[in-house]
Design a protein around this ligand. Structure first.
Ligand SMILES: NC(=O)c1ccc[n+]([C@@H]2O[C@H](COP(=O)([O-])OP(=O)(O)OC[C@H]3O[C@@H](n4cnc5c(N)ncnc54)[C@H](OP(=O)(O)O)[C@@H]3O)[C@@H](O)[C@H]2O)c1
Length: 236
């Protein structure tokens, strides 16, 4: 039987915590990814109190490639049964400026976390995922530019992550590599990332985490898909 152990980056709060909770309650063991011991231990206490099995946590700072390598080594050595990597951790960049006023440093920092660090971790985890016929799931936003909301650093970093997903999915299929990769857009969710905004159409981390867990447990292949947790219905 395939072991059900998942590693979630940024699992200590927000959407990552919501996914950890509901995936955990559905029977998965959760390895918490966090970059701070105190925050990781707080999340583990909360998850354990809810009945989630948490074998441990792994320190990962996506902006630091040495930390990413150390985390990947730890995951490979301590959790060889791991079959699900959820690339959830991310930063918003500066959402208050238009593109021409976006600082280069902001573009670099946002790309470093949301794309480069995420790619580095994904790359290092592919052999284990292949060994366990596992899955890699990215938490993201659409690459299409919305007329209503388009912070350059953030959308650029997520478009790069989306491209990574598409390319890898195609190559896994072409080369018969037994790994599935897909992306999920959770839709607007009230978290620290957006200053805990709660406008109409926003969801909370519990609702999102629950839907996320249902998707991951649906028994279907989602190779190469961009899944909208809350599909937008277009009217004619
Ligand atoms: N909220 C939304 O409306 C929304 C919509 C679409 C997609 N998303 C995506 O959902 C994901 C989770 O976001 P969220 O809304 O839950 O935000 P959040 O509440 O701010 O949580 C972000 C998580 O990522 C971690 N993180 C941040 N920078 C990191 C780094 N350099 N290295 C490792 N971990 C880092 C944070 O850790 P610390 O606690 O240590 O800071 C935290 O655990 C992100 O990828 C985001 O782009 C969010």
């Amino acid at each position: 039987m395939k072991e059900k152990t998942a590693f979630i980056t940024g699992a200590n709060k927000g959407i990552g915590f919501g996914i950890a909770k509901h995936l955990g309650l559905s029977g998965w063991r959760i390895i918490v990814g966090a970059r701070n011991q105190e925050r990781a231990e707080k999340a583990i206490r909360e998850l354990t109190a809810l009945g989630v099995e948490v074998p441990g946590w792994v320190n990962i700072e996506l902006a630091d490639l040495t930390s990413v390598e150390k985390a990947a080594r730890e995951l490979n050595e301590q959790y060889p049964e791991l079959s699900l990597l959820i690339n959830n951790a991310g930063i918003p960049g500066d959402m208050s400026v238009d593109s021409q006023h976006t600082e280069l440093a902001d573009i670099r920092e946002t790309l470093d976390v949301n794309f480069v660090g995420t790619f580095a971790l994904t790359k290092l985890m592919i052999p284990l995922m292949a060994k366990n016929s596992g899955r890699i799931v990215n938490v993201t936003v659409p690459s299409e530019i919305s007329p209503y909301w388009h912070p350059l650093a953030y959308v650029t970093s997520k478009a790069a992550q989306n491209a990574m997903m598409g390319v890898m999915a195609m190559e896994f299929q072409q080369n018969n590599i037994p790994v599935e990769i897909f992306s999920v857009h959770p839709g607007p969710t009230t978290t620290d990332l957006n200053g805990n905004m709660s406008l109409p159409g926003f969801h909370n981390i519990d609702t999102v985490g629950q839907k996320f867990a249902e998707l991951l447990n649906d028994g279907k292949s989602h190779q190469g898909e961009f899944v909208e947790l809350y599909p937008i219905v277009k009217e004619d």
